[in-house]
Design a binder for this molecule. Structure first.
Ligand code: F3S
Length: 424
């Protein structure tokens, strides 16, 4: 019935000899392996599990988690959680309804019962869940998947939340898709001949690449690489960290890109470079304006500004402090990040400066998974192309997309000022 071969331990798990919880996990992992033609399972170094917000999970999701937990399942590899529907500590101050908060806390406790760390961030690689080059992992959350595959050189498919949890329990996933060398070869080569100055520009590029690539692996050839990008030995601590996470997040949301290569920059495209598949398509991007035009709508009045999609790193908070120059914002302004990064920002005095300017720092959550409809905002300004893709449908917000500088200006004056070279 299947070309999937299991060793004795894996077969025992599937037969239920290691408990009901493991059996359910093995059933899911092997079912996916069978559907996608895997020959065997591969051990994973870590898992990143999405499907945390009660807004998306609902009662049915909670019942699913309870059934697995009652079967005695526990994760066997380091496992982290994606954002929840609220800041787990400060939800009251943020106006989250008591009923939603209670349900969200039950979800978090259910994951904790499996041994999953309640990190609640989409940037697990910034807080210690950092796979090494060549590691196989089981990650869900499209932006984290793109980052793990492309920037860290780890190997994961775009797992759904239950599949990532199943792999975490079993310690293995089915070896297909982006776990295989062959599937990591580019099928699309994009010559990029335009200025890439801000994280928003990288997000705009990701949006265009995602629309072209769909679920194919693109290879980007940057004709005007920003200074120092090619020389960065550790992309995770390079000044381009926020740009690369913006690129992958946008490509993963506008298309279904789980891995991109940048010639001479990302780990698998350094030195000898990657070998494209035969007949790989060629394309050129010379202008980012189509992305800015597609992601900007509505009038110029802004009532909410959001930064931190994917969750902000420390350097983005430093930039924000610099651009504010001690001024007070007049719109609502939410910065979303991991609790760990916000703790570091507080230790360095950055958090206090941002709060004094009227900015709300939110850990554990983001707009797309929070119950946004209950807040009554109308127009959002963001520097994240991914957020601009999702906010209209998921949050019911009209969206303005541009640089961090434009977002700060919108927050100071309540109006969006178009950049004539980009969105105007
Ligand atoms: Fe993260 Fe939410 Fe954006 S999960 S990538 S901040 S949509």
């Amino acid at each position: 019935m299947t070309g999937l071969s299991l060793n004795v331990c894996e077969q025992h798990a599937l037969d239920g000899r290691l408990g009901r919880g493991r059996q359910l996990a093995a059933q899911l992992v092997t079912a996916l392996g069978t559907i996608y033609g895997a020959h065997d399972l591969v051990p994973v170094a870590s898992a990143q599990i999405a499907g945390v917000s009660y807004r998306n999970l609902g009662r049915a999701g909670l019942e699913f988690l309870s059934e697995w937990a009652q079967g005695g399942a526990a994760v066997t590899v380091p496992s982290t959680l994606n954002p929840a529907g609220m800041d787990l500590e400060n939800w009251r101050e943020h106006g989250i309804h008591e009923d939603f908060a209670r349900a969200q806390q039950v979800v978090i406790r259910a994951y904790e019962a499996f041994g999953v760390l309640p990190t609640c961030t989409c940037t697990p690689y910034l807080i210690g869940n950092r796979p090494r080059l060549g590691d196989h992992v089981a990650w869900s959350e499209s932006s984290a998947v793109a980052f793990a595959n492309s920037v860290l050189g780890a190997r994961t498919n775009r797992e759904g939340g239950p599949a990532a949890l199943a792999a975490a329990i079993l310690g293995k996933t089915a070896r297909y898709g982006l776990h295989l060398d062959e599937e990591r070869r580019p099928a699309l080569v994009v010559d990029v001949d335009c200025r890439l100055e801000t994280a928003a520009d990288w997000g705009a590029l990701g949006y265009l690449v995602g629309r072209m690539a769909g679920d194919r692996v693109p290879l980007l050839r940057l004709h005007r690489p920003p200074p120092g990008l090619n020389e960065a030995s550790d992309l995770l601590v390079s000044p381009y960290l926020e740009h690369l996470k913006a690129l992958g997040a946008a490509a993963g949301s506008a298309g279904a890109v789980g891995l991109y290569h940048i010639e001479g920059v990302t780990p698998e495209a350094r030195r000898g470079g990657v070998r494209c598949i035969e007949g790989a398509e060629q394309a050129t991007i010379e202008d980012l304006r189509p992305a800015y035009e597609a992601l900007n709508a509505g009038d110029d009045t802004v009532d909410l500004v959001s930064v931190g999609c994917p969750h902000a790193c420390l350097a983005e908070l430093v930039d924000l402090v610099r651009l504010l120059r001690g001024r007070q914002v007049r719109t609502a302004f939410w910065v979303t990040s991991s609790r760990d990064v916000l703790d570091r920002a507080r230790a360095e005095g950055l958090a206090q400066v941002l709060e004094a300017a009227g900015i709300r720092l939110m850990a554990d959550t983001c707009l797309v998974v929070a119950p946004m409809q209950s807040f009554g905002y109308r127009t959002l300004a963001t520097n994240s192309a991914k957020m601009a893709v999702y906010a209209p449908g998921h949050c019911g917000l009209v969206t303005r997309f541009g640089s961090l500088e434009q977002c700060v200006s919108a927050a100071l004056f309540g109006r969006w000022q178009a950049d004539p070279g980009r969105d105007g």
